[in-house]
Design a protein around this ligand. Structure first.
Ligand code: NOJ
Ligand code: CA
Length: 701
């Protein structure tokens, strides 16, 4: 009957259509309709609230009629999916993928024989939808000049935003109403090396908002592949958010060939903040693993010849020179500056420390020639990724590491020259294999080459994926710094363990740093797309320890640095401070040694973006639990209900808490450690200092 009605309407050329689907639990509703101009429209509402009011969908094309109006519906399909899958690593052992789908095939009355599909998936916690372009006679190769997707939130929500920027996501968050956004503040964040700020009312996704009636709403995307990243243009009067795609060097947005689709556009909505943290929707919208044998993919903790460069104790470069020509330089003839970090001796010292303390990996930065010419040039061939400095004996270091059972993590700083990296990566990965490095940290500090491309444009998005693919072919793992932020792609390429793609702890070493609330916002924004290599574990909080002139500091207490191992999920966690600093505080370092990096279960116990997060996680294959609780610049008492513990078991909790007089600025390194017998009946009440936190490890007796 419905079909009959539809065909009568279509035959009469009447563009009127509406269909509704509900989430599996019936609490969220999606409506899809076509307005009188033939523009596709969707809305999303819960039982109490319209989350997204009438919002238009459309794609603009170069040199041919666009997909924006005069649409009518050719057919619709709907289905219910309920399946489970086990991630290679993750916050939980098993993920349920449960949604109702509506696929609408559309055709335009004024364009002959061309069609697209709008596919919607509604989950209990949100909505994903995308544009699909099936193979067809009248649409093959095409260029997207704009995407017109709207998210009409229609209210002046409070937003946690970073400036819209084509090149960098290394900003701290600002909390204002949508009407109060002024992204030009990005111009003052000069500690970020490359910025391409779009304009006053442009912000990045994931964008998390809170409505006055207490809804937490997040706008983001999933499965970003062969397309630019989506940022948001905010209409500051009517609060219609609109997609804004990162352009390429000539101003286009994406080059496509059928069959193809856009990434998923996503909306998460809940009255409970923890539902956003619990959601696996972004992962579920990504394709299953393309890697068949995943036995070689292993989460790990690692140290680094790294922080010592950031605090100025040593250097990446070997000689104090500038403007070095890679191909002409005789590195053995250069005069060393006496501060080079990555020496054979230093590497052995770190390997010894890691081996002694059960830290599986070691990153060594500044091992390869080129750093004399690194920063701020727009130069194609800065590094070759294979030639070690004269004082770094690759064979000797790798032999030493393998004898001590420490895995070396290679470092490839590309300086943004992706072309150079692509030309050299086969050789570079062969070298890694030869010397037994199972993982690489890549970096993209600098303006992108191909010149005119941006970090978050289609070309670079594809580059990051090519790197992950090529590494997978070589059974190598990836940690990418300065890429486009992740969108759940680690489901498809589980060798891509982590990315930075946000403002990491490193900013605390040499800039105004990250405000105490920063780590309470990241899990609600950036981490929704995947793990972050945040580099926690800094014990020496104030940088004047290294140089009395320095005013910089980490904006947390020491205990909060421990808590971050739990609250900031990543299968790759750095013990980022120097060995000698850990040796000063062996009792606190014990938590870093003990904490797991892979989990069977996760419970977010309490959370409010910008204020606090408490998370408990059960270590993979054990009965051990680890808890992290963090707060912003305000002190608070974390209430940790242990009801998730097994009912009939007794446990011992070791609590790493802020000392009574701790304070992130005035007294950041004061902590106390105590143990306590606990059961599932207990509620721990632990005071967190201003900018503080606590970490707890719980083991069965
Ligand atoms: C920025 C990265 O985030 C940091 O970890 C690295 O040490 C430097 N670039 C040098 O590559
Ligand atoms: Ca960085």
């Amino acid at each position: 009957m419905k079909k009959l009605l539809l065909s009568i309407l279509l035959a009469a050329g009447i563009n009127c259509f509406a269909q509704t689907i509900k989430s599996p639990d019936g609490k969220l509703t999606l409506t899809f309709s076509i307005n009188p101009e033939g523009v596709p429209i969707y809305t999303l509402y819960s039982r109490e609230k319209t989350i997204i009011k009438n919002s238009e969908l459309g794609i603009q094309l170069a040199d041919q009629p666009s997909f924006v109006k005069n649409f009518s519906v050719v057919k619709t399909d709907s289905s219910l999916v309920d399946e489970s899958w086990n991630p290679v690593w993750g916050e939980v052992k098993t993920i349920r993928n449960h949604y109702r789908e509506l696929a609408v095939t559309l055709q335009q009355s004024d364009v002959k024989n061309r069609f697209i599909i709008l596919r919607f998936r509604i989950f209990n916690e949100g909505l994903g939808f995308r544009y699909e372009f099936p193979m067809q006679n009248n649409l093959n190769y095409f260029t997207i000049t704009d995407e017109l997707t709207q998210f009409n939130v229609a209210e002046d929500n409070t937003a946690f935003w970073i400036p819209g920027d084509y090149d960098s996501n290394e900003y701290f968050y600002t909390k204002t109403r949508l009407s109060g956004i002024d992204a030009t503040i990005g111009k003052t964040i000069t500690e970020i090396s490359v910025r391409s700020i779009i304009g006053k009312n442009y912000v990045q996704t994931p964008l998390t908002m809170k409505s006055d009636d207490g809804y937490y709403i997040n706008i983001f995307e999933a499965a970003l592949n062969n397309y630019p990243a989506m940022q948001i243009r905010v209409d500051q009067t009517n609060f219609v958010l609109k997609s804004h795609l990162v352009p390429d060097a000539v101003g286009n947005k994406a080059y496509m060939q059928t069959p193809c689709s856009t990434p998923w556009r996503t909306v998460l909505a809940s009255k409970n903040a923890v539902d956003l943290l619990d959601s696996k929707m972004i992962l579920n919208l990504n394709e299953p693993s393309k890697i068949k044998d995943v036995s070689w993919i292993k989460p790990m903790k690692f140290m680094g010849i790294w922080w010592e460069m950031h605090v100025g104790k040593s250097s990446w470069n070997y000689a104090d020179l500038n403007n070095v020509n890679l191909s002409l330089t005789d590195w053995n003839s250069l005069k060393p500056n006496g501060k080079h970090g990555a020496t054979t001796e230093k590497a052995k010292r770190y390997i010894d420390f890691a081996a002694k303390n059960g830290i599986e990996g070691l990153l060594i930065e500044g091992w390869d020639v080129g750093w004399e010419d690194w920063f701020g040039k727009w130069k194609e061939d800065v590094f070759d990724f294979v030639t070690p400095y004269p004082d770094f004996n690759l064979a000797e270091v790798s032999k030493y590491a393998s004898e001590k059972n420490v895995k070396l993590i290679m470092h490839h700083e590309t300086s943004g020259s992706a072309t150079n990296y692509e030309r050299r990566m086969d050789e570079a990965y062969a070298l890694m294999k030869k010397f037994g490095y199972p993982a690489v940290k890549t970096g993209y500090v600098g303006k992108i080459i191909p010149r005119g491309e941006y970090h978050d444009g289609q070309w670079m998005v594809n580059h990051y994926i090519r790197v992950a693919q090529k590494l997978a072919e070589n059974k190598l793992m990836l940690d990418a710094h300065e890429p486009a932020r992740p969108t759940g792609m680690s489901r498809t390429y589980p060798n891509w363990l982590a990315s930075e793609a946000a403002r990491g702890n490193e900013f605390n070493a040499w800039s105004r740093g990250n405000p105490p609330e920063h780590e309470t916002i990241l899990p609600f924004t950036r981490l929704l797309g995947g793990p972050m290599d945040y580099t926690p574990g800094i014990f020496q909080i104030k940088m004047n320890y290294y140089d009395p002139q320095k005013k910089e500091q980490v904006h947390t207490t020491l205990a909060k640095q421990l808590a971050l191992y739990v609250t900031m999920y990543s299968p790759l966690q750095m013990a980022a401070d120097l060995p000698e600093n850990y040796e000063r505080f062996p009792d606190a370092f014990q938590f870093i040694k003990d904490v797991a990096v892979d989990w069977d279960d996760t419970k977010y116990l309490e959370a409010e973006p910008g204020d606090y997060i408490t998370a408990a996680r059960k270590a993979k294959g054990t009965n051990d639990w680890f808890i992290g609780a963090i707060t912003d610049e305000n002190s608070r008492t974390a209430k940790i209900n242990l009801s998730f513990l097994d009912k009939n078991k007794k446990y011992t909790a070791t609590i790493y808490a802020d000392a009574d007089n701790a304070h992130w600025e005035k007294n950041p390194m004061a902590y106390k450690i105590y143990t306590k017998p606990v059961t599932s009946e207990d509620i721990l009440k632990i005071k967190l200092a201003e900018g503080g936190g606590c970490a707890v490890s719980i083991k069965p007796l």
